[in-house]
Design a protein around this ligand. Structure first.
Ligand SMILES: Nc1ncnc2c1ncn2[C@@H]1O[C@H](COP(=O)(O)OP(=O)(O)O)[C@@H](O)[C@H]1O
Ligand SMILES: [Mg+2]
Length: 299
C-alpha cells in the first residue's frame, strides 16, 4: 500500500542528541553529550567503550530507570520524555527486559528457578505462566534446574535464569549491562550463544560488554566515547555464516569492518591510533577533499 511506503521505518531505539547531566552538590557530570543511535527491530547490537564513557547511563535511560536531560529518545515507539509514572512502570514491565552484571536485585535466592521466572508475570496478562516459564528455562538451557533454589546455583547459572526472568513478559527489547562481567570465558560464551539464538528467533538485543572477543560475534558493535557514539564495527559478510561453524577462530580474527560515525552537524571523533600516527591532533588541522577522500593535515 502507498500509505505503508510513506511511513518512516519504525525503530526499536531512536535516540537523537541525547543528553544526560548528573547533578551532585559540587559538580555536574555530562554523562551523555548528544548521543545519536538508531536500532532496528530484530538487531543484535553490542555497545563497547571505556569505563565512564556513558554505557550504563545510556542503558538506564533506555530501560526507563532514569530520565534523560535533553534530546530525543523513543523506544518501541514510546517517548521516554513524555511518560507518566504509571506508564513508566508498565513500560519497564512490558517493553524492556533488563539483565545486569550482578542480578541480586532481581533474584530471590530462596525461591526455585521456575518461581523466580513466574514473579514478573504476576502483574501482567501472561496466561499459562508455568508453561511460559518452562519454555524460557529451555531457551536458557536450565530446564534440569527448574526446582533448584537460586541460591544453590553457580553465578553463570543464575545469570541464565536472570535472562529468562528478563524475557518473562516477552519484551520487545532485551537490555544487558555487562552480563558476562563476572563469569568465566566459557560461561560468557554460553551467554552470548543464548543471545545469538534469541536474536535468530527475532529478539532485539542491546548488550554492553567490555569483552572485545565476544563482540567479534555480534553483527553490529557501536563504540561510545565521552557520551557519544564514535565508531561502529559491522560483521563482514564473509564471516556472518562462518561464525556459526564450530572451529572458527573468531576470538583472534578481524571479523568486522570498522567505521567512524559522523553526526548531523559533521562532528566525528578521530580514532586514537590515527591521532597517535599524526603525532597528536588537537587544535587546527587543514581539511581537504579529493577523489572521494577527506584528508586531514597538520598545517
Ligand atoms: N548517578 C550518578 N551520579 C553522578 N555521576 C554519575 C552517576 N552515574 C554515572 N555517573 C557518571 O557519568 C559518567 C558515565 O558513567 P557510566 O554511564 O556509568 O559509564 P560506563 O557504564 O560506560 O562505565 C561517569 O563519569 C560517571 O562517573
Ligand atoms: Mg557501566
Amino acid at each position: 500500500m502507498a500509505d505503508e511506503e510513506l511511513k518512516t521505518p519504525e525503530y526499536m531505539i531512536d535516540a537523537e542528541g541525547l543528553v544526560k547531566i548528573y547533578k551532585t552538590k559540587e559538580t555536574e557530570v555530562l554523562a551523555l553529550s548528544g548521543l545519536d543511535l538508531k536500532v532496528e527491530k530484530g538487531e543484535f547490537t553490542a555497545l563497547i567503550g571505556n569505563s565512564g564513557s556513558g554505557k550504563s547511563t545510556f542503558l538506564n535511560m533506555i530501560g526507563g530507570l532514569d530520565i534523560p536531560s535533553a534530546g530525543k529518545l523513543f523506544v518501541g515507539g514510546k517517548n521516554l520524555f513524555r511518560m507518566t509514572e504509571s506508564e513508566r512502570v508498565k513500560y519497564k514491565r512490558e517493553t524492556v527486559g533488563f539483565v545486569w552484571q550482578n542480578n541480586a536485585r532481581n533474584l530471590f535466592p530462596y525461591l526455585t528457578a521456575i518461581d523466580n521466572i513466574c514473579i514478573p508475570m504476576r502483574f501482567s496478562g501472561v496466561k499459562r505462566k508455568k508453561q511460559k516459564a518452562e519454555e524460557l528455562l529451555e531457551t536458557v538451557g536450565m530446564q534440569d534446574h527448574r526446582f533448584s533454589r537460586l541460591g544453590t546455583l553457580s553465578g553463570g547459572e543464575q545469570q541464565r535464569i536472570a535472562i529468562a526472568i528478563a524475557l518473562a513478559n516477552s519484551p520487545g527489547l532485551l537490555l544487558a549491562d555487562e552480563p558476562t562481567g563476572s563469569v568465566d570465558e566459557r560461561t560468557g560464551d554460553q551467554i552470548f550463544e543464548i543471545f545469538t539464538k534469541l536474536n535468530e528467533a527475532g529478539q532485539t538485543i542491546l548488550v554492553v560488554t567490555h569483552d572485545l572477543a565476544l563482540s567479534r560475534k555480534v553483527r553490529r558493535v557501536v563504540a561510545i566515547r565521552d557520551g557519544r557514539i564514535s565508531s561502529e564495527r559491522i560483521l563482514k559478510e564473509s564471516y556472518a555464516d562462518r561464525l556459526k561453524e564450530s572451529g572458527v577462530d573468531w576470538r583472534n580474527e578481524e571479523t568486522q569492518e570498522e567505521y567512524v560515525v559522523v553526526d548531523k552537524t559533521g562532528r566525528l571523533q578521530l580514532p586514537a591510533d590515527v591521532i597517535e600516527k599524526m603525532g597528536g591532533a588537537t587544535g587546527r588541522l587543514v581539511v581537504s577533499y579529493e577523489d572521494g577522500q577527506i584528508k586531514l593535515k597538520k598545517p
